[in-house]
Write a protein that binds this ligand. Sequence first.
Ligand code: PHE
Length: 462
Amino acid sequence: MQEPRAHWSSNVGFVLAATGSAVGLGNLWKFPFITFENDGGAFVLVYLLCIAAVGLPIMMAELLIGRKTQKSVVGAMKDAIGPAWGVVGAWGVLCGFILLSYYTVIAGWSLHYFARTMQWTFGGFPAGFSTGDLFGAQAAKAGLQLALSLAFSVATVAVVYFGVQKGIERIARLFLPILFGILLLMLVSALGMSGSGEALVFIFRPNFAELEPSSVLEALGHSFFTLSLGMGAMVTYGSYIARHQSIVKASALIVVFDTLIALIATVIMFSVIFSVAGMREQVGASTVGMLFISLPELFYTQVPFGRILGPLFYVLVALAALTSTISLLEVVASYVIDEHDVDRHKATILCGAAIFAFTIFAAISFGSAPFFSTLAIFEGKTGWFSTADHFVSNWMLPTGGLAITIAAGWFMTREETRAELADGNEPGWFSYGAWRFFIRYVAPAAVGAIVVAVLFFGRDFS
Ligand code: PHE
């Protein structure tokens, strides 16, 4: 027996939950790193353009498909567009499954680093200690990695188990204000450091001479990842919006919060890193280097109030990651609940366990199991973790996103989408005609360019 569909308790609750999904490791780990790799300024500007011209319209499209149908992603695509479109929904569920299976591993690291930084806060940072060695050693310990990711998976399952209002919304209401508070504290401290001026220039002064075509694709790809688009997370969250709540305003808020938090996090990290001579050259080498190698040490040696901010920073990473992992599990679980008539408790535990079976492969792919650590399918991506991340970010999200924008722009009528967006009051700045233009032409063209680049030219933009 299906229960009546659950709804967010209010618009604020919904905006917080969706912002929680959007704000995650993408903001704290990926964005600062790719901004660094792509030389800042011009890349950031292109990224902002992608967010506004592609991300925002698709966010509205996903939410409107969800709210209109009141179903999780497979049923929603079937109902809103046509039975064959269930495939696009299934692609999204698969994407959520894979993405969650490896995302949990990095999320687990935040727990380990929280424990470590607490140790240093109370016991002092050991002189001459190498955080680079520490990182390599912890990542290669299979038992530790399994324990950390299991802990994170259990936390994720525990939240989703309690459902939309009592689980997801409650956690978002509690965590997001804390997350924002910690971020602001860190910003104040970081802006006082000597490297902050240079950091701001690096991030906000565009130098188009340094912009490469691959950076444009990378910016576009990341705008999907960071906004949780292209795989149905926002369709699913949208399906819990009650009628007469504005989708347009909510979309704008989610997008603005997510972007703001990514920029603040980047300003903080670069201010710290640029304050230390020679550090800028060192951090470039690896995706995880900034978050788990450079920063932990710098907190204790450079940052004002770093002894307090160090552990707080990893609390921030863990909270941000958890509000994202719950949205990923919700996509998979709600599909099982809606389409296979399984009750929430059972569905959550089953899906969580099935996904964890694959988390194991990602967890042991940092040196502890040779096969999973050396697997190389995509050029330049070694190991199960990097392979999965490459496949999701470069193949799954862009193709899923393309299908969704075509569905909303070309397979739903003007009357249908118009009515859905108008229900709940369109704010004064919103123009339906502009949205329709972006969703029909701008977004498909831009996303189509990524898909073609990835599929036919193998362009790497992760
Ligand atoms: N947006 C999340 C982040 O930035 C990742 C995510 C992608 C979550 C897709 C849900 C769905 O970390």
